[in-house]
Write a protein that binds this ligand. Sequence first.
Ligand code: DAH
Length: 341
Amino acid sequence: MLEELNRLEEEALKALETAEDEEALDQWYRAYLGRKGAVTRMVRSVGTLPKEERPAFGRRANEVKQALEAAYADRRETVRRMALARALEEGAVDVTLPGRPVVRGRLHPATRTLREIYAIFADMGFQVYRSRDVETDEYNFQLLNMPPHHPARDMWDTFYTTQEGVLLRTHTSPGQIHAMREFAPEPVRVILPGMCYRYEQITARSEIQFHQVEGLAVGRNITMTDLKGTLAEFARRMFGPERKMRFRCSHFPFTEPSVEVDIDCILCEGRGCPVCKHTGWLEILGAGMVHPVVLRNGGYDPDVYSGFAFGMGPERITMLKYGIQDIRYFWGNDLRFLEQF
Ligand code: DAH
């Protein structure tokens, strides 16, 4: 009996060494120390021994039981540590691996130019005034001194809607009327940025949609000098102090007198090149003194009030600044173009 007990202890200890996880440990425990385990059964069988052998066997059986319990607790701890080590190794993060670059977005070149324009005019006291993209014939043309059938309407090929008299604005000038009607008879000093739409063939120089920034100042004693000073300051900030500026006589139905404003060519500095079509000058905007009819339509008495207005295309200005040859790049959504800004 005692020998068998010793053999059992040896076997149990050996088996314990091979238990690599919780499940194997539980199984081992059930096999030897559980209620029906081999050791437990042997301890219980003490009653079948002759009386004189019982104390020695009993002592030894208890020793074995305790030794196995201790070995089991030890092994359990070892297995736990092994599992932890394995988990750490498997879940290891290589902190020396370089991170993935964060791709940062950027502003569209037209947006950048718009914001530059806002900043320059903000410094001269002009507020941004938003006006609608969908307009009426009345605001886009009539109130700007172009009655139905006026030949000047030919300058703006127009997208009409199926609703009579409703169209997509061809320029930001109708915003002038909205602003004046809101502020009259107070003085006005606003810029009106926004998308404009024209039913035109798309070419390198013309798109069916593009931005404009309109400017309007109305008050007492506003003269052509104020217009020239304001635009000269704008050109100086936008294109640099070395740029020259010239005012050419022109015609717009909503201004009198009307001008077009050029700067000397950025690329050839006035000597003449393909970009300026060998004239040495680049047109940047149209402007003039607000026509008395338009002032009256806006709610101002032209005998008391006067004003100036101007309109420019930020995409055109961006093209001049960066030497972009084709206006279609702006809304073509080609990343190769957009990522250059
Ligand atoms: N609205 C004109 C256009 O689209 C540009 C323009 C010219 C605006 C003269 C003005 C102005 O305010 O005074 O061609």
